[in-house]
Ligand binder design. Sequence first.
Ligand code: ADE
Length: 231
Amino acid sequence: MIGIIGAMEIEIEGIRSLMTEKEEKTISGVKYVIGKLGNNNVVTAVCGIGKVFAAICAQTMILNFKPDIVVNTGVAGSIDASLGILDIAVADKVVQHDMDTSPIGDPKGLLSGINVIYMDADEKASALLVELVKEAGINAVRGAIASGDQFIASKTQKDEIKANFPDAIACEMEGAAIGQVCYVNKVRFAVLRAISDNADGGAVEDYPAFAKKTAENYIGIIARFAQDYSL
Ligand code: ADE
């Protein structure tokens, strides 16, 4: 079973339209559609915005549908100059940039209790995603994806994330929450994010202009992944 959690209705609808043998179940206000893509069983959901909604969705999906891997898709702001608008970031690891217990001596981003800052994405799934992105003729960059409950729209905020987490290539609001839920449940995960803006002063205009277009670009990539990935 492959779990796909999207941030946007449009991308998940696009994937659902390709699924067969569909059934649906709504839990805590989130609709989970299960079905098939090729020979693989898949479960899809739109989680809502932010780390709490993302965590609720991932935990519910894991307990109810037992995915072997959870893939999170959506858009992101670029944090690294190697990623331009419409390019795609694939996580090699994820971090919560707004997790901060540094006043009591911890490094920034440390998840107390499990004592990790970065959580590794599944290598095999991430490598396949990069391959499929490149095959589609889109620039793919692998690196850390940083999540936080903030839309990043200024150079100051962007520079702070890069200073605290130099490996970060993109910022968004859900991936590392899903990563944490997968980490504690020992479930593999991957994150693919298309760049809709540069997380700077232009982000407020760029985000609505490019979010839909990027989603249209990668629906096919995620569908191919769900068909090709061997568990
Ligand atoms: N998703 C897309 N662009 C983003 C940004 N600039 N900050 C946070 N999440 C985003």
